[in-house]
Ligand binder design. Structure first.
Ligand SMILES: [Cu+2]
Length: 185
């Protein structure tokens, strides 16, 4: 039931974005190929659902986007946020590129609530659900990863083993993400 609501909203928003892009491009050129229409689409490069049911998780927990690409997180169930692993956020350890700006969404509680972030700096980014009280969903392993571009893995704080401050379930997840990231290279 709620799944349907999320899907419909995505489709509606996509359709709207695509039609705006087509109208703008057609107005400028009077002619539009399908490829140009795709370029004009303002939709995200990757989409992630935030779930409480059946599991407390970001789904998928690992996405890749090009440099300058965007990720959209949409709430499926429960309430969650999307917060960069960074000392500015609840004093979490640094697990995003050193040159990148940390971000923190507000808590999203309604089905279909969305947050979008653009990634301008190449690298590996880990994020967590802080629930504004800083650890609640991290303790159940609600963490995810975005790989932007094709970074040199040896330079990435996110590729370090998780420090002792990271709760056990989240640390296990991060170790798994590190394995999967290395396997892709
Ligand atoms: Cu959560």
């Amino acid at each position: 039931m709620s799944k349907t609501a999320v899907d419909r909203r995505k489709i509606t928003r996509r359709g709207f974005a695509a039609s705006v892009a087509v109208a703008a491009a057609t107005g400028a050129t009077g002619c539009l190929s399908e490829a140009e229409g795709d370029d004009g689409d303002e939709g995200p490069d990757a989409e992630v659902e935030m779930r409480t049911y059946p599991n407390q998780e970001y789904d998928p927990d690992f996405v890749r986007v090009p440099v300058g690409g965007t990720v959209r997180w949409t709430n499926h169930s429960g309430s969650h946020d999307v917060t960069a692993y960074h000392p500015d956020n609840c004093g979490r350890p640094l697990r995003i590129p050193e040159e990148a700006e940390p971000w923190a969404s507000s808590v999203m509680s309604a089905v279909g609530d969305e947050f979008e972030h653009r990634f301008e700096v190449e690298g590996v980014y880990d994020y967590l659900d802080t629930q504004t009280v800083c650890v609640e969903h991290e303790t159940v392993g609600m963490v995810g990863r975005v790989v932007v571009g094709e970074p040199e893995l040896g330079d990435q704080p996110a590729m370090e083993p998780p420090s002792d401050e990271v709760p056990r379930t989240a640390a296990t997840k991060i170790e798994e993400l590190n394995r999967r990231t290395r396997e892709e290279y």
